[in-house]
Design a protein around this ligand. Structure first.
Ligand SMILES: [Mn+2]
Length: 254
């Protein structure tokens, strides 16, 4: 059986979806980029798009039932993590936070860890997991760090490699990629500052920005700062992120 992988979604107001949604503009929509769904599918999993539970995330029984339904979680990219989650303020180009999404997903992380379910964080997913484990973020790379490298390029195809990452030995990533240095795309304007407790850094960009970590304590709980789901069509080696995550689950449940 294919492992069932919960793919986290986001909420979008109808009026933000353009004129074709005019008639339906008073409604809210739960959405996820199809790239993540494709990554999980091609990686051998059964993607299950997470419902927007919203304020009901406080209903523990409900959230537990959701987690019990699946074998693992992919925490997707999206809006900035609310800096409140790492005891900071929303200055320095913090954009489009959705505090309710954060709370839902933090609850999913908490329950997934307590039930020994694997988690793969991508971009915002990595940043939210870092906050969960007590870490902090640079709220804007350009304002807070000096770097020659681009970590966000809206003017280039999103699968383009923007910088390299060097991969640490004895890590999930070093098992996946034979090369110690690989090229990755990059769509983040924030980055990990203080790494969360119990996490081990597994990849860095040439300018020293953390691009990957894994939990020292939990099995198959790890994250990358780049977007393999956008890359794998043009750079097939990136599909291994999904395949490896899902194979580890398959070996456990079958
Ligand atoms: Mn980057």
């Amino acid at each position: 059986m294919r492992p069932r992988i919960l793919v986290s979604s986001f909420l979008r107001k109808g009026h933000k979806l353009g004129k074709h949604f005019d008639l339906l503009s008073t409604f809210d929509y739960g959405m996820v980029s199809q790239n993540y769904v494709n990554g999980v599918l091609k990686g051998g999993g059964l993607p299950i798009v997470s419902p927007q539970i919203r304020e009901d995330y406080t209903d523990n029984e409900l959230m537990e039932e959701l987690i019990d339904t699946v074998d693992g979680i992919v925490l997707t990219g999206g809006a900035d993590v609310d800096p409140e989650n790492y005891q900071e303020y929303a200055y320095k180009n913090v954009k489009f936070v959705d505090p309710v999404r954060d709370k839902q997903e933090l609850k999913l992380i908490e329950l997934a860890l307590s039930k020994n379910k694997p988690i793969l964080g991508i971009c915002r997913g990595l940043q939210l997991m870092n906050a969960y484990f007590g870490g902090t973020l640079y709220r804007d790379i350009e304002e807070e760090l000096e770097t020659e490298w681009r970590h966000f390029a809206g003017d280039l195809p999103k699968y383009k490699k923007l910088h390299t990452v060097s991969i640490k030995e004895n890590s999930i990533l070093s098992n996946i990629f034979k090369d110690k240095t690989i090229g990755v795309n990059s769509f983040h304007h924030q980055a990990v500052d203080k790494l969360g407790k119990g996490l081990k850094a597994t990849a860095f960009s040439p300018d020293g920005i953390l691009e990957g970590f894994e939990s020292k304590k939990h099995e198959n709980v790890w994250a990358v700062q780049w977007h393999p789901e956008i890359m794998f069509k043009h750079h097939p080696e990136q599909l291994a992120i999904f395949t490896d995550f899902i194979n580890r689950i398959k070996n456990k449940i079958n």
